[in-house]
Design a protein around this ligand. Sequence first.
Ligand code: TYD
Ligand code: MG
Length: 432
Amino acid sequence: MQALYTCSHCDSQYAKWQGQCDECQKWGTIQESGQEAGQKPAELKSVSKPSSSSRISVGMNEFENVLGGGLVRGSIVLLAGDPGIGKSTLVLQIVHGFQSKTNQPLAGNSKQVLYICGEESAEQIGLRMDRLKVSGDNIRFAGVVDIKSIINTIQKHKPDLVIIDSIQTIADSSIASEPGSITQIRATTAQLMQIAKSTNIPIIIIGHVTKEGSVAGPQVLAHMVDVVLYLEGDKLHQYRLLRSTKNRFGPTNQVGVFSMQDSGLIEVKNPSQLFLEGGGAQNSGSVVSVIMEGLRPFLIEIQALTNKTSYGYPKRATSGFDLSRLELLIAVLQRRGGLKLDNQDVFLNIVGGLRVKDPALDLAACLSIASSLSNQAMPKKSVVIGELGLAGEIRPVSHVDLRISESSRLGFTELKNIKNIEQALKVLNIGK
Ligand code: TYD
Ligand code: MG
């Protein structure tokens, strides 16, 4: 028997004691947590793996692609995201797709769904269902928030799918701690995990992302569940990205694209068209580039506006782009490209409300600034891809073939033979 050490903050486990937790970086939180029971290990070939038959279709391709197939029986999926981003909407649509897939009967023919709604009243959910045209047949709503009665209900009714909306509202009354606290979340999720595994029922847990960007306490949930999905987007814009950051049954970093409409979330099969709203790059200051989200290339448009500074320091502002990266690119444009920007305000915007971190956008950002400054438009149907080094050199980017084939699919061509920022500026007949 071997001692086991657990971090009291994030639940990571270690074979030896250490001062700092590798996962959550907290100091002094690792304590001995009892003995690991000596168990006879099972042979690998006798351990069952999820086969395609143990996956249940939910009738939504974008969602299933992110999962790497349908929902795995007995698995726990965490659906995380900002409040109001559309998690409850997505889940109801999944329930609908799950029930209309009659080709895989589980218990009898009609699939029962248990929807635990601690967040909203059944009336509120009813209104949303009307809007989404989801029928309430075979969905049982329970407004209970006590984990013991949730477990009892699952055992009694044996539903085919359980939805917990949201984990922050569920509590174990035997624990003296507020619902939503780390202790409660850990305790209730552990019990859900157990019931999912013992009954083979899949459970989808909704979790709100807190201001600090973590799902209900630092990584607590992510460690425990099988799959972690994030629903992201900008509430003022239509698009939503569904991203997998953990998946015990499939690849991670898969991305699904949806558009939020009056009738709910619509799958977007051709994301480039969504982000290239006006067909892309007609005016000066506007450049088309290709970003990667997971393994999916999207064409996007980047816009810059330069304007003479009227007093004081020149202003730099961005939307959807890292401000310090912009400042660095401006320095490269000045020193290596010979552009005069020290008396110019520079504003940079990613069209469509997308937030982009892909360094392959560097060159496009630089050219959009140069294009605005010189008041010259880029060549028609051109796409610009490239990371920029401090010496003004263009660096290779990841998945360049995927990016180029997506561009040509939409009739765009990459600017060729550009090795550095000086050559890039020649496209606009400016620079040194
Ligand atoms: P919701 O799913 O309630 O968000 P969450 O569960 O993540 O908190 O959806 C929030 C927003 O989505 C709400 O402001 C209204 C909007 N919405 C639509 O635009 N269309 C729809 O069909 C629905 C149901 C909601
Ligand atoms: Mg909700």
